[in-house]
Design a protein around this ligand. Structure first.
Ligand SMILES: Nc1ncnc2c1ncn2[C@@H]1O[C@H](COP(=O)(O)OP(=O)(O)OP(=O)(O)O)[C@@H](O)[C@H]1O
Ligand SMILES: [Mg+2]
Length: 310
């Protein structure tokens, strides 16, 4: 498959604060790469560097085989950026906002007009073409922001937390747009700290922390690094020393955080009853219990010892 985006050894510091220390990633045509990490991990800086807006201290990036130094306009023309902070002009209509972004790329007038209508339609805002963003909901503003990034029909789309503050309906509309863009052969980088979104959308995932890649692969590959395939979550009242569970046969990991026990195990049917018996024997009453397959949150926790949303 064709690799549309290749970034190698990116590095960026602000003064003596290192935002990105060493990040490499590739994205192929028709692929969505989830860029996952907690607050301050370096996601936006990585995306900013790839977009050409932030100058890196080191690293090489090619988009469709060309670097920014070789052909700045050609490079930027191939990239669309949906920034984390909304970038819209409140005094312009939705359509005028899109046309303004398109004009930055020197689109010929007839093409600009046609394309602006097209992307507005795509994000489901055609009926609001002449309204100003100030009258839009948070989700509608996000969708308009996406339309602005798409007007010049880029090959690579960088989306920096595009669902922040978005209602479920708009979120699903955005996800549908992303699926369509994938089918159209675009390469997408999708930044989020919501692991559910990465699990749902991403073909491959790169997890970064403190400006470095700590893991990358498909969801299945990432989860395979974990010692246990299943998770049991139990909310308990009372105190408990997690060590009493650690000794049970079949229990691989135990964590107790704010009254919530997380037990890693491979065979739920075999081990869960014993876990509950031990809880009862130690006077811890169970308020809520659920179980599931290990997920990205578990991967991140296992790799860094911290939660993604810390
Ligand atoms: N313009 C800037 N000037 C100074 N420091 C910056 C700047 N931009 C980012 N940083 C710092 O770089 C680090 C990484 O920030 P970045 O915005 O890339 O993280 P992030 O992963 O996008 O976080 P979030 O999930 O909160 O959006 C942080 O420590 C941040 O304070
Ligand atoms: Mg960010």
């Amino acid at each position: 498959m064709l690799e549309l985006l290749q970034a190698q050894g990116l590095r960026k510091s602000y003064g003596d604060r290192a935002a990105v220390v060493d990040v490499s990633l590739t994205v192929r045509a028709g692929e969505l790469l989830g860029l996952l990490g907690p607050n301050g991990a370096g996601k936006s800086t990585t995306v900013g560097v790839i977009s050409g807006l932030t100058v890196p201290d080191a690293g090489t990036i090619t988009v469709g085989g060309i670097t920014l130094a070789q052909d700045e306009f050609g490079y930027k023309r191939r990239i669309g950026l949906v920034p984390q902070e909304l970038a819209l002009f409140d005094d312009l209509s939705a359509l005028a906002n899109i046309e303004l972004f398109g004009a930055l790329y020197d689109l010929p007038r007839p093409q600009l007009k046609r394309r602006s209508r097209e992307v507005l339609e795509m994000v489901g805002l055609a009926e609001r073409a002449h309204d100003k963003p100030a009258t839009f909901s948070g989700g509608m503003k996000r969708r308009l922001n996406i339309a602005c990034a798409l007007v010049h029909d880029p090959d690579v789309l960088l989306l920096d937390e595009p669902t922040a503050g978005v209602d479920p309906q708009s979120r699903n509309a955005i996800f549908d747009n992303l699926e369509a863009l994938k089918r159209a052969g675009k390469a997408l980088v999708y930044t989020t700290h919501y692991m559910e979104e990465a699990e749902r959308l991403a073909d491959r995932i790169v997890i970064i922390d403190h400006g470095r890649v700590v893991a990358s692969g498909t969801l299945a590959e990432l989860v395979r690094v974990l010692p246990a395939a299943q998770r049991l979550h139990i909310d308990i009242d009372g105190t408990l020393d997690p060590a009493v569970l650690q000794q049970l046969p079949g229990v691989k990991q135990v964590r107790l955080e704010a009254g919530r026990l997380t037990v890693g195990l491979d065979d739920l049917a075999l081990v869960a009853p014993a876990v509950l018996q031990v809880l009862a024997a130690h006077g811890a009453s169970v308020r809520h219990l659920d179980s599931g397959r290990a997920n990205l949150e578990d991967v991140f926790l296992a790799l860094t010892g911290r939660s993604l949303r810390d």
